[in-house]
Design a protein around this ligand. Structure first.
Ligand code: AMP
Ligand code: MN
Ligand code: MN
Length: 315
């Protein structure tokens, strides 16, 4: 029997969840596990809780299994968390996580210390979906599950472009393609299409970006005023940091997203040398060597100064 069935076997009420502001990897993992457990254990009470799912991933959940508000009567025996580097990243679901008798965490963040009772953490895996594939028998994977897993892997590898893409990643993706999924169409819809608003916001952010440290660092700010002007949501900012990162000569890209008065969500990406996870961890966040984030208060000037000090120390 595979690992996942072993864990789920004893539980009756199961909650599947992941990190706040769920992304493709997190959503893909939750959907895949839900379909899987639901197929093998139709009598179990299984629920998926995630904060609002971006529109572009909603095709993975045609039956609307994902619930975005926690009901007081939920009393899970088992909470399964995916792609969340810490309990704090679970957001509202942290209460469910703490109240459950059993918990399992499947994740690939190097900053993850193993906060659940059972942990499957592999910092070398491209994505949570890649780890998940290894915990399930290939023969049990249907095309719906394959679509979700493939999407998760594609999301976290920047469609197989980032250095976290390994031979194993590609082999797993190949196995998933064999399940007969419209991967080309899904990839276009999820990663290359932009709404007009998204294109405008990208353009505006690039126009107002600035180079620092002899062009080795680029930073940009997305203010609440910009968001209001374009009628944009946080989801409309996806991909902007990647565009900053591929600026020629840049080693580190920093994107500040204003979330409140003098409060910023900081996203960082590096190309070759800088370990942005180290910097993010220092400021109370986390992530991966080449992609990390955290929250910080203060003026834009202060935030950028604080970060660049740490980048300079590493260069
Ligand atoms: P983002 O810049 O939001 O796309 O995040 C890049 C990576 O850093 C993702 O893997 C996130 O899970 C991680 N990350 C972002 N913000 C935080 C945070 N506040 N705490 C821990 N990890 C984070
Ligand atoms: Mn994620
Ligand atoms: Mn991930």
């Amino acid at each position: 029997m595979d690992e996942l069935k072993n864990i789920a076997e004893k539980a009756k009420d199961i909650i599947i969840t992941g990190h706040m502001r769920p992304d493709g990897d997190c959503i893909g993992a939750c959907i895949a596990v839900y379909s899987y457990l639901h197929k093998f254990y139709p009598d179990k009470n299984i629920k998926v809780y995630l904060e609002n799912v971006p529109e572009r991933f909603s095709f993975l959940d045609p039956d609307r299994q994902i619930i975005s508000n926690i009901l007081p009567e939920w009393q899970p025996d088992l909470v399964m968390v995916f792609d969340s580097s810490s309990a704090a990243m679970l957001g509202e679901a942290v209460k469910l996580f703490r109240s459950a008798k059993d918990s399992v965490c499947i994740d690939h963040h190097i900053s993850n210390k193993g906060y659940a009772k059972i942990n499957f953490i592999d910092g070398t895996a491209s994505s949570t979906c890649e780890i998940l594939y290894g915990l399930i028998s290939d023969t049990d994977i249907d095309s719906k599950m394959a679509e979700a897993l493939y999407m998760g892997i594609a999301f976290d590898t920047g469609v197989f472009r980032y250095s976290n893409t390994s031979r194993k990643t590609m082999e797993i993706a190949g196995k998933l393609i064999e399940k007969g999924i419209p991967f080309w169409d899904n990839i276009d819809k999820c990663f290359y299409q932009r709404t007009y608003i998204q294109a405008q916001l990208l353009g505006r952010t690039l126009l107002t970006s600035m180079l620092l440290m002899d062009g080795k660092c680029i930073f940009a700010v997305i203010t609440r005023r910009m968001m209001e002007f374009y009628g944009a949501s946080i989801e409309d900012t996806v991909g902007i940091i990647d565009q900053l990162r591929v600026t020629k000569g840049v080693e580190v890209a920093i994107l500040l997203h204003e979330t409140g008065k003098q409060e910023y969500k900081v996203s960082m990406r590096s190309n070759k040398y800088v370990d942005v996870n180290k910097i993010a961890t220092y400021f109370g966040g986390g992530g991966h060597k080449k992609a990390a984030g955290f929250m910080m208060g203060g003026s834009v000037h202060d935030v950028v100064n604080n970060i660049t000090e740490h980048i300079e120390a590493q260069l």
